[in-house]
Design a binder for this molecule. Structure first.
Ligand SMILES: Nc1nc(=O)c2c([nH]1)NC[C@@H]1CN(c3ccc(C(=O)N[C@@H](CCC(=O)O)C(=O)O)cc3)C=[N+]21
Length: 290
């Protein structure tokens, strides 16, 4: 069984990015600049954004963290987005999700200038991805594609099952995996809350991508012998034996499936770090485009 070590691969790619950033800085005096908007105090979001800022430092980017209280109004948040759209010093930015309940995520997303949308969430970028045009690819699905490519996981002609149909992971994952490209050319099934027999679909999968947010939902009886498992879930599970009071669990029962599969991503240290690296790649692309 091979552990698909996203953390190690992310470090390798960040070294490559840093070399490119250094060269650009010397040749053109330009430094890529990523801004992140963080609304409220969601503990997981704070960790993710902190990791993004740290990654920016590692590759030699400039980063700005725009923090706003959970009480911000929709109008005020749209003003923040507009300012970032118009700021010539900012190459790309993200608005960390989820937003507090009173805010309209869709309206915020629609307000982002597609040229600065390094998350790849705006209709312009989603449409361009679907048509196979140049665009910013969404960070988590693209991070997974890079992982499959660098670890030499064959996708062509394979049966892939994606659990979850979110706009940011499940749905774009199906598009990238089924497109005529390498990696790609897979036969993809998407499962969701209305799917009749999820386990039966999973058992057919050569590659299983779990992105549903239910801790350890995928158990050994649901996976095919020798399958490749991509675990996107990062769930905080109460654990009084830990000093922080919780442990991280994926959507897959790692201990239960690891002896049955050919390769699997750990949580943490799997898809998460790859998500951050693809955000860095998009930001470099944004800075080159200007
Ligand atoms: N606008 C927006 N863009 C995103 O890309 C976005 C988002 N909103 N909202 C939430 C999800 C999730 N996400 C992660 C980023 C880093 C880790 C990460 O660093 N994970 C580490 C550590 C995890 C931990 O310690 O909690 C790991 O898996 O090893 C995970 C998940 C980005 N997302």
């Amino acid at each position: 069984m091979q552990v698909l070590d996203g953390k190690a691969l992310a470090e390798t790619i960040k070294d490559e990015l840093k070399a490119e950033v250094d060269a650009i800085r010397q040749a053109a005096g330009k430094i890529p600049h990523l801004a992140a908007v963080l609304v409220g105090e969601d503990p997981a979001s704070q960790v993710y954004v902190r990791n993004k800022v740290r990654a920016c430092e590692q590759v030699g980017f400039r980063s700005s963290l725009v923090r706003r209280p959970a009480t911000i109004t929709q109008t005020e948040l749209l003003d923040v987005v507009r300012e970032l759209n118009e700021d010539p010093d900012v190459d790309g930015f993200i608005v960390q999700l989820p937003l507090p309940g009173h805010l309209d995520e869709e309206a915020v997303n629609l307000a982002i200038d597609p040229r600065k949308d390094v998350d790849g969430f705006t209709p312009d970028n989603v449409g361009r991805m679907t048509l196979g045009l140049d665009c910013y690819l969404p960070a988590t699905p693209n991070g997974i594609m890079i992982m499959l490519e660098r670890y030499g996981v064959e996708t062509s002609g394979k049966e892939v099952v994606v659990l979850g149909r979110s706009n940011i992971v499940g749905t774009p994952m199906t598009i990238l995996l089924s497109r005529k490209a390498n990696p790609g050319n897979a036969t993809v099934t998407i499962c969701h809350s209305r799917t009749k027999d999820v386990a039966a679909h999973c058992r057919r999968a050569d590659i299983l991508v779990a992105a549903i947010g239910i801790p350890e939902m995928v158990t050994a009886d649901m996976v095919k012998e020798g399958a490749v498992i991509i675990d996107v879930g990062i769930n905080r599970v109460e654990d009084s034996s830990r000093s922080r009071g919780y442990r991280l669990a994926g959507d897959v029962d790692y201990a239960g499936v690891k002896d049955k599969v050919s390769a699997i991503t750990p949580v943490p240290g799997g898809v998460g770090p790859m998500t951050i690296v693809s955000l860095m790649m998009n930001t470099l692309q944004a800075s080159k485009a200007k």
